[in-house]
Write a protein of this length. Sequence first.
Length: 287
Amino acid sequence: MSALGQVGDLLQLVPVQRAGAGLLLSALGLPIVGVVIVGLDIMPVRFAMMHVALLGIAAGQLLGLDPVLCALVACALAGAGVAPLARTADGLSGAMGLLMSLAIAAALLMLALSGVNANGAFALLWGSILAVRPADLAVLGALAVALPALFVWRRRELSLLLHDRELALCSGVAVQRLTVLLLVLVAVAVAGAIRLTGALLVDALTLLPALAARRLGRSLVSITLWAIGIGLVVNVVGFLASLAWDLPPGPVLVLAAGAVALAAHLIPERRTPSWREPAASSVPSSH
């Protein structure tokens, strides 16, 4: 059977259709999360939320609740709670490190004391794209609507915050409240992507498209649109390639997104201004 015929047959299966729908929905929202991560300079957030998700999964297994739902709730609460720990933008990374250490310690202690099978908890972190459920699609669909809507609704405030926290404060932006909202959305998005690629490969859906987009865009809007476009192309091409050649989708998606990010960074710097320059130039005057 040809590769094209194999893909056609596989796309008739419901789990494969759900996986494809999940990747399409994730491409509309999760690359925006990457733009936020880059703008706020909170690279450790992916690892922090991976550990918080593990804590939520352990709690769910202990209480007999849906582990993924518990992971979503735990990440949302952690995202809301970590912002007040940081008085400055630089402090966010430190707060993430503290959160990561506390979460993994609590998760391991809970697993040890409860006698819950640790392999089952850790297995959910590796992801299984063909195990995507309607509930997972609902979460991704909500993010696909909420994240672009937030960027349209609060474009000026987000441009200021992602460019310079102090400038945003001086311009009257509710920095603390907006930061909390962004961190909650980032945390939920990372947890929501666990079922697709696993927590360890979530960068393929979030950070890598944003890293490529910031070299191609000249404003926050164009960077966001580039990130979404790159996410769509990478997810569709990577998923179809994995079906055609019977490869695991997660690594294929990471390699595809990484290749695009690397190609974007080979573009000469003078042709694509840096992230900070477009952010500044796109901000309307407050006078």
